[in-house]
Write a new protein. Structure first.
Length: 68
């Protein structure tokens, strides 16, 4: 499908805003990566340790306020 030249050159206001923001603050992408690493990137889960932890748990009574 061919688009007219006016459609190809179109930039939305959001795209212009983000480009301007990145131009004003060149460290923005690096700061975003650091923030993501801080909140989302976690160490891999050790499946053996997780299995040992689950096996070593003490079973809780179905109704904890009853002393039978």
């Amino acid at each position: 499908m061919l688009f007219p030249k006016c459609v190809i050159k179109y930039e939305s206001e959001a795209t212009k805003f983000i480009a301007e923001l990145k131009q004003k603050n060149p460290q923005l992408e690096e700061q975003q990566r650091d923030g993501r690493a801080l909140l989302w990137d976690k160490a891999p889960i050790d499946l053996d340790k997780t299995a040992r932890d689950q096996q070593s748990r003490v079973q809780q009574q179905p109704y904890v306020y009853q002393n039978h």
